[in-house]
Design a protein around this ligand. Structure first.
Ligand code: NAD
Ligand code: UGA
Length: 458
C-alpha cells in the first residue's frame, strides 16, 4: 500500500484524488486542506463543487481508501507521495503584479512538507506553475537539516470543469515530467504506475521537468487562443453578414485545424486561461522575449474586447440606454455544468451593465451562491433568482451568458409574453433557435450573426 496525499481540496485536488482512489483500491488516498468548511463539505452529501459524476465516484471510495482531513501536518508525515494542488493565482502585489504567478501558497506548502517529514517522499506538482518552479522547490525541499531526500515530479492536470470526471477517466494524455537521475526516473515510474491502473500506457507520456511545466501553460494558451481567434472572426461576421457558426463549421472540418474550441462566445472565463496566459507573458518578458509576450497578451486583450463589445452591442441596440431597465442575465457560471464563477464573462457583463445603471436579475441553476460571493459589494445591486421565468418577467432584455442546456429548452413563447416590449434577446453563446425567437416577436442579437429584429431602420 502506498500512502498518497493531496494538499489542496479544490476543483482539481478533490476530483483527481477521488478518481485515483476509485481505480487504486490498494492505495490509501487522503486529501487535506486548510479550509475547514471545504473539508467538511467533502465529507458530507453536499460536495463543495458541482461536477457531473463526481458524487458517485466520491461515494464509491470515501471511507474505503479515500479520506478528507484538515490535519495537514500529520498526513504529510504519513505520506509516501504528495500531490500539491494548492491555488496559484496571479500575483497582486510587488514584482510581476498582475502577471506573474503568486507562488506563496506553493512555497508555504513545500516548507510545511520539509518540517513535517521524517522519511523521503515524492512531491508532485499538480498545480499549474511557471516553468522552472521545480528548481526552486528542489532547493527548499532538499536543503533540510534531517538529510531527507525529496524527488520532484511535474504532473500537470488537464481536466476541464464540467467534464472533470470523464477527462480523468479517459484522458487524451497524462503528462509526467521528472529529472534524468536514477532517483528522478524511479519517482516518475511511481507516478506512471498509479495512472497505469486505468489508463493505457501509450497515453502516459514522460518528459523532462521543464517540458512538462511549460506544456501545461502552452496547452491553455493554445486553447484560449482558438477561442479568441474565432471571437475575432465573429466581430468581422457581424460587420459583413457572414455567420460565425457557418464559418466555424467550414474551417473546423479541415482536419489540420479541427473542430474543438471554435465556438464563438461572449468570451472565455474560468480560473485558469487568463492567469496562465498572463504567467506565460510574464515569463516571456522575464527572458527578454518582448515580441513573444505581446503575441500571447493579445489573446487576453481580444477576450476583454469581446466581453465589452457584447455589452456595447446591448446598449446600442436598446436605444443607447439601459438605465433603469430590467435585464435578465441567463447564466453566471463561466461555462455549463459547473458552479464555478471565477473570471466568468457573465460577471464581467453584469458589472458593466450595473455601471450603465441597468436593473440586473441573475439566474443560474447552480452558480448563484458563487456569483454572489464573487460580485462582492456589487451583489447588493443584483437580484438573484433561481427561476429563469421569474427572472425574465417584466424584463426588457435577456442575455444568455452561460451555455446551460436548460436555457435552450425554456418556453420562450411564455417568456416573451411576460416581458416588457420591445423584447430583446442577446445570445452570447449561440445556443438558441434564433429564427424561432424572431418569429415569436423577439429582437434577436447573436454572436457573429446578422441581427433578426422587428425594429425598422430609420
Ligand atoms: P482551488 O482554489 O479550488 O483549490 C485550492 C485549494 O488549496 C483551496 O481549497 C485552498 O484552501 C487550498 N490551500 C491553499 N494553501 C494551502 C495550504 N498551505 N495547505 C492546505 N491547503 C491549501 O484551486 P483549483 O481550481 O483546484 O486549482 C488548483 C491548481 O490547479 C491551480 O494551480 C490551477 O491553475 C490548476 N488547475 C486547475 C484546473 C481547474 O479546472 N480548476 C484545471 C487544471 C489545473
Ligand atoms: C481549461 C482547459 O480546457 C483544461 O484543459 C485545463 O486543465 C483547465 O482550463 C485549467 O487549467 O484550469 P476549463 O477552464 O475548465 O478548462 O474549461 P474550458 O472547457 O476550457 O472552457 C474555458 C472557457 O472557454 C469557458 O468560459 C468556455 O465557455 C469558453 N469556450 C470554450 C468558448 O467560449 N468557446 C469554445 O469553443 C470553447
Amino acid at each position: 500500500m502506498t500512502n498518497i496525499l493531496c494538499i489542496g481540496a479544490g476543483y482539481v485536488g478533490g476530483p483527481t484524488m477521488a478518481v485515483i482512489a476509485s481505480h487504486c483500491p490498494q492505495h490509501r488516498v487522503v486529501v487535506v486542506d486548510i479550509n475547514e468548511a471545504r473539508i467538511q463539505a467533502w465529507q458530507s452529501d453536499q460536495l463543495p463543487i458541482y461536477e457531473p459524476g463526481l458524487d458517485e465516484v466520491v461515494r464509491g471510495a470515501r471511507g474505503r481508501n479515500l479520506f478528507f482531513s484538515t490535519d495537514v501536518n500529520r498526513q504529510i508525515a504519513e505520506a509516501d507521495i504528495i500531490f500539491v494542488s494548492v491555488n496559484t493565482p496571479t500575483k497582486s502585489f510587488g514584482q510581476g503584479a498582475g502577471r506573474a504567478a503568486d507562488l506563496q501558497y506553493w512555497e508555504k506548502t513545500a516548507r510545511q512538507i520539509v518540517e513535517n517529514s521524517t522519511s523521503p517522499k515524492i512531491v508532485v506538482e499538480k498545480s499549474t506553475l511557471p516553468v522552472r518552479t521545480a528548481e526552486a522547490m528542489e532547493h527548499i525541499l532538499n536543503y533540510n537539516s534531517a538529510g531527507l531526500h525529496f524527488d520532484i515530479v511535474s504532473n500537470p492536470e488537464f481536466l476541464a470543469e464540467g467534464t472533470a470526471i470523464q477527462d480523468m477517466q479517459q484522458p487524451d494524455r497524462v503528462l509526467i515530467g521528472g529529472k534524468d537521475s536514477p532517483s528522478g526516473q524511479k519517482a516518475v515510474q511511481a507516478i506512471v504506475d498509479i495512472y497505469a491502473q486505468w489508463i493505457p500506457l501509450e497515453r502516459i507520456i514522460t518528459t523532462n521537468l521543464w517540458s512538462s511545466e511549460l506544456s501545461k501553460l502552452a496547452a491553455n494558451a493554445f486553447l484560449a487562443q482558438r477561442v479568441s481567434s474565432i471571437n475575432a472572426i465573429s466581430a468581422l461576421c457581424e460587420k459583413t453578414g457572414a455567420d460565425v457558426t457557418e464559418v466555424s463549421h467550414a474551417i473546423g472540418l479541415d482536419s489540420r485545424i479541427g473542430r474543438s474550441f471554435l465556438r464563438a462566445s461572449v468570451g472565455f472565463g474560468g480560473s485558469c486561461f487568463r492567469k496562465d496566459i498572463l504567467n506565460l507573458v510574464y515569463l516571456c518578458e522575464y527572458y527578454g522575449l518582448g515580441e513573444v509576450a505581446s503575441y500571447w497578451e493579445q489573446v487576453i486583450k481580444m477576450n476583454e474586447h469581446q466581453q465589452m463589445r457584447f455589452v456595447s452591442n446591448m446598449v446600442s441596440s436598446m436605444f443607447n440606454t439601459v438605465a433603469g431597465k430590467r435585464i435578465a442575465l441567463f447564466g453566471a457560471a463561466f461555462k455549463a455544468n459547473t458552479s464555478d464563477t471565477r473570471e466568468s464573462p457573465a460577471l464581467a457583463v453584469c458589472r458593466a451593465l450595473l455601471e450603465e445603471r441597468a436593473e440586473i436579475v441573475l439566474t443560474d441553476p447552480h452558480a448563484l451562491d458563487n456569483a454572489r460571493a464573487d460580485l462582492g459589494g456589487a451583489a447588493q445591486l443584483v437580484c438573484f433568482e433561481p427561476d429563469p421565468y421569474a427572472a425574465a418577467k417584466g424584463a426588457h432584455a435577456i442575455a444568455i451568458l452561460t451555455d446551460w442546456a436548460q436555457f435552450t429548452n425554456l418556453d420562450y413563447d411564455a417568456i416573451y409574453k411576460s416581458m416588457a416590449k420591445p423584447a430583446f434577446i442577446f445570445d452570447g453563446r449561440n445556443i438558441l433557435d434564433h429564427k424561432k425567437l424572431h418569429a415569436i416577436g423577439f429582437n434577436v442579437y447573436a454572436i457573429g450573426k446578422p441581427p433578426l429584429t422587428h425594429i425598422p431602420a430609420i
